[in-house]
Design a protein around this ligand. Structure first.
Ligand SMILES: Nc1nc2c(c(=O)[nH]1)N=C([C@H](O)[C@@H](O)CO)CN2
Length: 119
């Protein structure tokens, strides 16, 4: 079975995120890698944005979500964002990788990767 994807790679957003007191009053960077299952045959056939998954619109929604969010865990951020994107854009399947750079200084990155929905 084919699974076409629309992806956004390395999107950086600022948000309030963290479990410790010192993290509650600052904004930190999260880096997102998102893959969304989306059949591209119809948009490709018509060469029309209307039936495509508009990655610019998805990126703007992620930035707005991050701007409002105040979660403690990256798990919560990922889970809630996945729900918003699936509901608002009609995405049936997605994989979201969330990196919190610098959280563990000795590591290049730490975070979570989740996969939701049906392929
Ligand atoms: N599984 C997780 N572990 C940790 C998280 C998290 O969100 N998920 N967060 C922290 C702290 O906020 C840390 O990032 C501060 O440097 C620790 N562990």
């Amino acid at each position: 079975m084919n699974l076409d994807k629309v992806f956004i790679e390395g999107l950086e957003v600022d948000t309030v995120i963290g479990v410790y007191d010192w993290e509650r009053g600052i904004r930190q960077c999260l880096r997102l890698d998102l893959e969304c299952g989306w059949d591209v045959r119809a948009p490709a056939a018509g060469d029309e944005l209307a039936c495509a998954l508009d990655y610019a619109a998805v990126a703007a929604r992620i930035q707005a979500f991050a701007g409002e969010a105040r979660f403690q865990l990256v798990e919560t951020f990922a889970e809630r964002l996945a729900g918003v994107l699936m509901a608002e854009f009609g995405i049936a399947w997605l994989r979201l990788r969330l990196t919190k750079p610098g959280a563990v200084p000795a590591a290049a990155g730490v975070g979570v990767e989740i996969e939701r929905g049906c392929r």
